[in-house]
Design a protein around this ligand. Structure first.
Ligand code: GDP
Ligand code: MN
Length: 376
């Protein structure tokens, strides 16, 4: 479960990481009152569980209480990548001298953690990593030893960050361990003009497996930010909203994850993650399709099924029945492979739906779905 920025900020503060003074408001009136208490300018920040708020117009400087109220009115209710802004955080502005990037991420490949740090903070770290990989330091962290003072200095030095960042890295590690997080990211961590180091933004992802001992943030993600995710959750679907144009449905989380990668590799962006699991229920397929088709960003849908215990003919019948229940408004590309694929393909072919195309390979089908999304 992801925490909101204001929750991450609260944790950082508790662990001795400097953060700007800030308060949360749910209405523009409240925003005004907070700004009055602060006196002077404030930064108004959308509280949504997605990055890139700045670029989307969800982070704005307001000169005083009146401007804060107006800005909050603009930002509240805004849609940022499918997330509706219900709260804003008002923060006392900080004078930035330098912006850094620091994070700890779980590295499932090694069963350890990775410290990622860069002196080029404030911007999209994936972009920096792609364009200037040498500007991003990646230092493995042994979870048993953790981030000691010596380790913290090593990470800071590897990224070319000043020594003052060391203690902050130690405290952020403590947040990760004690709060059962699998990700702690600060972008930007800034050095202010008066020389202190302040976390200006924060993303913390808690380990859902540890939820039983981390009751503080409530029953987890019962509060969903995306309407589509809410609808999907109500239907019992394993759905996560993403920002692209290719709707994705697959059976098995691993297959769906790799489908997202393959779609991205074809130059399009997936619109969602949806794992319909084993079984071939027409109801689940219909529910999945209807959620995906109500995403306004979707231009094509890619159904990627590898028949295992559930054979492809049963899945194909499920798809045909679902198409009787849901009006298909976008092209559907289906790839059936594995157990009884031939029979499954025949069933779909016989149904002869004008918007359904079959492509036998995963790569080919992803390419076709991407192409349809880009021209759609
Ligand atoms: P994000 O776009 O969702 O990552 O939101 P951030 O909280 O990182 O804010 C985006 C950008 O706004 C930061 O990278 C900063 O450059 C800028 N910003 C945020 N707060 C302040 C502040 O107090 N002072 C200044 N000068 N810039 C700020
Ligand atoms: Mn940020």
């Amino acid at each position: 479960m992801d925490l909101y920025e204001h929750q991450a900020r609260e944790l950082f503060d508790e662990y001795g990481v400097s953060v700007p003074e800030a308060e949360v408001a749910g209405t523009s009136k409240e925003a005004r009152l907070i700004a009055e208490r602060f006196g002077g300018p404030v930064v108004v920040k959308a509280q949504v569980k997605t990055g890139g708020r700045g670029k989307a117009g969800g982070v704005k400087l307001a000169a005083g209480p009146e401007a804060a109220e107006l800005t909050a009115r603009q930002i509240l209710g805004m849609d940022i990548k499918g997330h509706t802004v219900r709260q804003v955080m008002l923060a006392r502005p900080v004078d930035i001298a330098e912006e850094y990037y620091v994070s700890y991420v779980l590295d499932r490949a090694t069963g350890g953690f990775l410290a990622i740090a860069s002196a080029a903070g404030g911007m999209d770290i994936e972009e920096v990593a792609a364009e200037r990989p040498e500007a991003v330091a990646r230092v493995p962290v042994d979870p048993d030893r953790g981030v000691t003072a010596a380790e913290a200095s090593r990470i800071a030095a590897a990224a070319g960050l000043p020594a003052e960042v060391g203690p902050v890295l130690e405290r952020l590690w403590a947040v990760l361990v004690k709060e059962d997080a699998v990700l702690v990211e600060v972008n930007p961590l800034v050095r202010t003009t008066d020389g202190s180091v302040v976390a200006l933004d924060g993303k913390v992802t808690l380990d859902d497996n540890a939820r039983f001992r981390q009751s503080r943030w409530g029953e987890g993600d019962t509060v969903r930010d995306s309407e589509l995710e809410r609808t999907a959750a109500a239907k019992g679907l394993n759905y996560v909203k993403l920002d692209g144009r290719v709707g994705v449905i697959g059976n098995g989380a691993g297959l769906v994850m790799s489908t997202l990668d393959v779609v991205a590799g074809c130059g399009a962006r997936p619109a969602n993650f949806l794992d319909i699991g084993g079984g071939a229920s027409a109801q689940v397929m219909a529910d999945g399709l209807s959620v995906i088709l109500s995403d306004p960003g979707v231009e094509s849908v890619f159904v990627n099924v590898f028949g295992g215990i559930t054979a492809c003919d049963a899945v194909a019948e499920g798809i045909v029945q679902a198409l009787g229940a849901v009006r298909l408004t976008k092209p559907l590309v289906v790839r059936l492979d594995g157990n009884s694929a031939t029979r499954g393909r025949e069933i779909l072919e016989a149904a002869g739906h004008p918007l359904v195309e079959q492509v036998p390979t995963m790569d080919g089908a992803a390419r076709r779905a991407a192409e349809l999304a880009l021209t759609g």
